[in-house]
Design a protein around this ligand. Structure first.
Ligand SMILES: *[C@@H]1O[C@H](CO)[C@@H](O)[C@H](O)[C@H]1NC(C)=O
Ligand SMILES: *[C@@H]1O[C@H](CO)[C@@H](O)[C@H](O)[C@H]1NC(C)=O
Ligand SMILES: *[C@@H]1O[C@H](CO)[C@@H](O)[C@H](O)[C@H]1NC(C)=O
Ligand SMILES: *[C@@H]1O[C@H](CO)[C@@H](O)[C@H](O)[C@H]1NC(C)=O
Ligand SMILES: *[C@@H]1O[C@H](CO)[C@@H](O)[C@H](O)[C@H]1NC(C)=O
Length: 297
């Protein structure tokens, strides 16, 4: 079986490129890439964004990872943001496409520079850790938690009403018609390399990871794939369980590799000696023909 192991690199970084691995021969594939993550890129003013994207292009970046989240004015990793962009859902099930429109403009600016995007459908830290959004309000948030692992539970991953609401969010995002490209987001191969099912799914419900995780991940991956069909856009895990303790292999639980609709396994980790476990994760990727990439470190 052909294996598609690649260690692609992304970093949750300030507005600078972090990593210096060589980009692949530019044949348009995502076999090998490096890039950066930004949860506020779509809120940057045009001038700042232009300088940032030009720098990434100059240095050979292929991918930028973003989150579909609203933005409030403030200073983010040293960069001032003045716009207000509402969340896609300020109330669960009621959509405000302003954030999708803002992201669409960013997509076009990336596209003209040969940069594609990984798009995170929701932030798993929005259940009281980084924020308490509409899903947190509706299905249980627990206030800021300190320390890791975060063992607080919530019903977002288990309550059928929550699961249906999230599938509805996925459907809305996938069907959203891109003003700049004139096609639904699920088919936007010019700009989108992959969808992260969520950013760090279950980080705030870590005790449910093995009991609820397989059902939740498989079902949501299937829901995303339903809209993508055969378009060359990957479904990615977003860093299962977050990055609390990489030795516990939350990001690369073996059951993630056996899900047919999951294409990429995203690794998140901020600690430890990676040589202790990267060979284990790459062995699983080879066995199940999945792409493995380092998304946050
Ligand atoms: C892109 O290049 C890599 C390595 O050079 C190769 O393995 C891969 O098959 C190529 N992909 C496509 C779509 O041509
Ligand atoms: C960001 O805003 C703060 C507070 O208004 C200001 O002191 C600072 O100089 C600004 N930084 C930049 C880079 O514009
Ligand atoms: C949608 O979001 C924008 C930007 O935050 C805001 O100006 C607008 O009032 C919102 N629309 C509705 C219907 O809430
Ligand atoms: C993953 O971690 C769990 C819990 O620590 C352990 O039981 C399991 O053997 C590990 N799996 C792999 C493939 O390393
Ligand atoms: C990696 O695999 C080796 C050999 O199977 C095992 O001894 C070790 O515990 C694994 N490490 C992790 C972090 O899962």
């Amino acid at each position: 079986m052909a294996s598609l192991i690649s260690l692609a690199l992304l970093a949750l970084s300030p507005l600078s490129a972090l990593c210096s691995s060589q980009p692949n021969s530019a044949n348009g594939s995502d076999d090998m890439f490096w890039g950066t993550s930004s949860y506020y890129a779509h809120g940057l003013d045009k001038a700042t964004r232009t300088v940032w994207l030009d720098g990434l292009q100059r240095d050979g970046a292929r991918i930028v990872r973003i989150w579909i989240n609203g933005i409030s004015p403030g200073t983010y990793k040293g960069t001032n943001i003045t716009v207000t962009i509402s969340n896609l859902e300020e109330t669960v099930g009621i959509f405000n496409d302003t954030v999708l429109d803002a992201i669409d403009d960013l997509f076009m600016e990336g596209h003209t520079r040969g940069i594609k995007f990984i798009v995170s459908i929701h932030d798993g830290n929005a259940f009281g850790q980084n924020a308490c959004d509409a899903y947190c309000t509706e299905f249980g948030g627990f206030g800021p938690a300190s320390g890791t692992p975060i063992t607080l539970g919530n019903s977002f991953y288990t309550d059928p009403t929550a699961v249906a609401a999230f599938d509805n969010r996925i459907a809305h995002i996938m069907n959203y018609q891109s003003p700049n490209f004139g096609k639904p987001r699920a088919q936007l191969t010019e700009a989108i390399a992959a969808f992260d099912i969520e950013n760090e799914p279950m980080i705030q419900a870590i005790t449910q990871l093995d009991s609820v995780g397989p059902t939740w991940f498989y079902g949501r991956a299937k829901q995303v794939k339903k809209y993508i069909g055969s378009a060359p856009i990957a479904v990615s895990t977003g860093g299962a369980g977050g990055s609390g303790n990489i030795y516990q292999n939350w990001s690369w639980r073996p059951w993630l590799f056996t899900c047919p609709e999951i294409d990429w396994i995203a690794l998140h980790g901020y600690d430890g000696d990676w040589t202790q476990w990267v060979p284990n994760a790459t062995a699983l990727a080879a066995q199940y023909d999945k792409k493995l990439f380092v998304e946050e470190w």
